[in-house]
Design a protein around this ligand. Sequence first.
Ligand code: PLP
Length: 369
Amino acid sequence: MAGTYGDSTRSVKAVGAEAIPGLPVSSPPVPAAAYHLAPDEDGSLDSYGRSSNPTWRQLESALARLEGAATALVFGSGMAALTSVLRVVAEPGHTLVVPADGYYQVRAYAKEYLAPRGVTVVEARCAEMCDAARDADVVLAETPSNPGLDVVDLHRLAMTCRAQRTLLVVDNTTATPFGQQPLSLGADLVVASATKALAGHHDVLAGYVAGSQPELMERVQRERLHAGPILGAFEAWLVLRSLGSAGLRFERQCQNAAALALMLRSHPAVHTVRYPGLPEDPSHAVASMQMRRFGGIVAAELGDAQAVHDLVRRSALLIASTSFGGIHTSVDRRARWGDHVSDGFARISLGIEDTDDLVDDVRQALGAG
Ligand SMILES: Cc1ncc(COP(=O)(O)O)c(C=O)c1O
């Protein structure tokens, strides 16, 4: 009963190669720039490495299954996927809504590249997305938002968008397809960075677009073919190899995030904690409706920048690093990158360490407060 499989089973099944006796259980990467051509090549076979690759195809079919999409397309990074989609769907004269409280590079791209080419760029926070969508041609939503972990009501937003033929694109990076499936909630496209929890080892960048509307996906595919922001075959293989354990890792990361959030909310050194899984979190009600898991990131506000540095210095398990979703628990003081947060705001990305070890370690590293 495929519909009732758990996340680890879904991960393992998604990356399974065809069971052909004598062939390896896991497929090797196929690095290829050029392929032998048939005398009358008609585009149905692989011909050139910028247009297709067998390792991409395997990864794309796994990602499509996990997102509940008809197809997926892989890219060289999450930003490559996002910017390719935006170039396709946001045309001159269009109004594009981007998250005001989401990943900052997307706003920068919209302002520095799309706005000068005639796209009106509107920034809206998670809570304002539905209102902003009323006057838009395209909406890009990110939920839970990075780094603030606010949640957008995707069903409501999709209804608003559908009523006026606005295209809805959802960045599913922080939630992952194990946390939520935006397409099933009404999104037209999903974009995501696979660099984070899906690849999960801080060693490869990748991104993808998933969707079920053939004409839309065809346009995104042509953009990839022409602009060429492709994923190398070896990188595609690394992501594929990691994807098989992604369900298992994400389960532990979510468990660690929930336990850490509970400890942090009663620690005197911590001013505020955001985690959509905490019952008192402002996003909890909406998150409970649309998320199957609440994610592996916790946002905590400490007194100041020094308190965040001290936390990492006194800990035996935390590393200071940007990015998230990897096997190590990492802390990123987001003010350093210009996010609109306080100096003591720490985005904590939970790794796969044992829950008790991690919570004990962070408690002692925070000190008495
Ligand atoms: C929500 C979100 N979307 C997209 C990206 C871009 O992904 P990548 O770094 O793989 O280009 C990031 C990167 O941190 C992100 O946090």
